[in-house]
Design a protein around this ligand. Structure first.
Ligand code: HEC
Length: 138
């Protein structure tokens, strides 16, 4: 095979591997997936449980949400549940982790909606984290 043929085949392969995923319907965190009340609850939880080790601007600084762009919310929730609070991972209820994530979204200026974000992790597999983020958007 010539180099050019290999290049064409590789390009086609990559294009077809990427396109279907992009054209599939996905939900976005931009679609009003959490409520103001939920973010407010998250803010209180953050103050009582997380602020011992964290400051809110860590999670709204330039680059923090960017590091999660393209990932499903389920992955974000899973990581936080499995690792935080560092001295007692998994110690909060699912709904409490969801509330804290809603609060992080609020911190980044992600639009709110009327309904609460689902706290069932499997319901968040298809909800993609994506910008625009507004730093300190609260
Ligand atoms: C006892 C201290 C402590 C507490 C309490 C704590 N954390 Fe952390 N957290 C850490 C440390 C240390 C790191 C950095 C570890 C790392 O990145 O490997 C971290 C990292 C993180 C990260 C970054 C993960 C990433 O890579 O994006 C998130 C998000 C996070 N914590 C959320 C929380 C939340 C939410 C709470 C409250 C429910 C919380 N933490 C409570 C110590 C703590």
């Amino acid at each position: 095979m010539t180099y050019q043929k290999i290049l064409v085949i590789t390009t086609l392969f990559v294009t077809f591997a990427v396109l279907p995923a992009e054209s599939q319907d996905h939900q976005s965190i931009q679609n009003g997936i959490y409520s103001a009340a939920q973010a407010n609850q998250g803010s209180k939880l953050f103050a009582s449980v997380c602020s011992e080790c964290h400051q809110e601007d860590e999670f709204s600084s330039a680059g923090y949400m960017d590091s999660w762009t393209g990932a499903p919310v389920a992955e974000f929730m899973d990581l936080i549940q499995m690792t935080m609070p560092e001295d007692n991972p998994g110690s909060l209820r699912n709904a409490e982790y969801a509330a804290i994530i809603a609060y992080f979204f609020e911190l980044n200026g992600i639009p709110m909606g009327d309904a609460e974000m689902d706290s069932d992790i499997s319901a968040l597999e298809d909800v993609v984290i994506e910008g625009p983020y507004v730093e300190g958007g609260r």
